[in-house]
Design a protein around this ligand. Structure first.
Ligand SMILES: CC(C)(COP(=O)(O)OP(=O)(O)OC[C@H]1O[C@@H](n2cnc3c(N)ncnc32)[C@H](O)[C@@H]1OP(=O)(O)O)[C@@H](O)C(=O)NCCC(=O)NCCS
Length: 353
């Protein structure tokens, strides 16, 4: 009934109904389910015993839905957002072998964002309000041509070309902030790399607007539709309005994201004006701790253990493999869009195109 009212697809409802009947008819499975569902609703991410995992974890996720929907109602969020958010579960329940295969769901941790941390799907994108978390300090110039200036925090180990990784010929960042001076390693706005040299600025010319602890609206990009720029701009605009109206106490400072989609290296493999590049261009890029290509391997190269053995099926796979064979590297990249009147007008301008 609940899933029908949320517009779940009939085959998924049948799968969950069948699982619920199976659990109800097996005393041991029922006890296990009730224990795990209690822990889930109380806020933890329980591990299902081996063997029962994909059978009951989707049902456990749904057991958290009344709590999630009550939290949405308490914030007076529009029903359309609750429905879209709840339906994300369907993207993660899979049934391989063109509908004849076994139902699988192994993403309870991800659904924890929805049930426990108020992730919201607003139009094309999903948002979750959390500390920004990246080791940078972002300044906005009071009046200057270079409006945004980003310094790395002190003590970060960087490679010689400014990525966040250890290397024998790398460097460690320093950062000094006094009432007169800001001095540190600036971030290149075209790539996210951290400069080896330090730069000094007059502190009175800049306002600190974002740091690791600031609240940001972290952006997630669901699969299933093209990443059209106009849809994204609309989603950012609507999210801004929703958080302003329904979470007025949240002093959020920026939209943030960490994704393979923000990697400037990837752009060399994409057609001009691709959706991915246009989306990535909205963000100021930042080198990411960890600095690896795991996400790209999973999302583009099908999680293959060895890319050298993969036969490419799509133009992007072909271009990415060629780039790897040429010795280039990909890196998951973080980024932000500041919450300023200028960024809002830039997003509105995207909507007018
Ligand atoms: C994000 C996403 C919607 C972008 O798709 P899009 O709007 O088609 O992107 P673009 O138009 O920029 O794509 C350019 C080219 O790359 C291809 N492409 C895009 N994403 C691809 C992917 N994940 N795997 C393989 N090829 C991909 C497109 O088909 C297109 O190829 P073409 O020129 O031969 O038609 C898509 O990659 C996706 O669904 N990814 C899964 C979700 C995800 O990765 N989220 C982010 C997690 S951090």
């Amino acid at each position: 009934m609940l899933l029908e009212s949320l517009g779940f697809d009939t085959p998924v409802i049948h799968f969950l109904d069948a699982t619920a009947s199976k659990v109800a008819g097996d005393a041991t499975l029922k006890r296990t389910f009730l224990e795990l569902a209690d822990a889930w609703v109380a806020g933890s991410i329980p591990d299902a015993p081996p063997g029962t995992e994909s059978e009951i974890t989707a049902l456990i996720a749904v057991a958290g839905y009344p709590k999630m929907l009550a939290a949405h109602r308490a914030r007076e969020l529009p029903d359309s957002i609750s429905v879209a958010t709840a339906r994300d579960l369907q993207r993660w329940i899979t049934r391989p072998e063109s509908a004849g295969g076994k139902w699988e769901f192994r993403h309870l941790r991800w659904l924890g964002s929805h049930v426990h941390h108020m992730l919201l799907e607003i139009g094309r994108l999903q948002f979750i309000a959390l500390p920004f978390g990246s080791p940078y300090r972002v300044f906005h110039a009071k009046s200057s041509i270079q409006k945004t200036m980003v310094f790395a925090e002190a003590g970060l180990e960087c490679s010689r070309d400014g990525w966040l990784e250890k290397s024998v010929d790398g460097f460690i960042t320093s950062y000094v902030s006094t009432p007169e001076e800001l001095r540190g390693h600036a971030v290149d706005p075209t790539s996210g790399q951290i400069s080896r040299e330090t730069v000094s600025l007059s502190a009175s010319d800049y306002d600190l607007c974002l740091s690791r602890e600031s609240i940001a609206l972290h952006v997630h990009i669901p699969s299933g539709q093209p990443l059209a720029l106009s849809d994204c701009a609309d989603s950012f605009r609507r999210a801004g309005n929703i958080y302003r109206r329904h979470f007025p106490e949240l002093d959020w400072r920026a939209f943030g994201s960490t994704s393979w989609l923000l990697d400037r290296e990837l752009w060399q493999c994409l057609p001009p004006n691709s959706n991915i590049q246009s989306f990535g261009n909205l963000f100021f890029p930042l080198a990411t701790p960890g600095n690896n290509s795991d996400q790209l391997m999973e999302r583009v190269l099908e999680g293959t253990p060895d890319w050298r053995t993969l036969t490419p099926k799509t133009s992007l796979q072909k271009a990415v493999l060629k780039h790897l064979h040429e010795g280039h590297r990909f890196r998951t990249t973080s980024g932000f869009i500041l919450r300023t009147s200028e960024s809002e007008s830039a997003l509105n301008a995207q909507l007018r195109h």
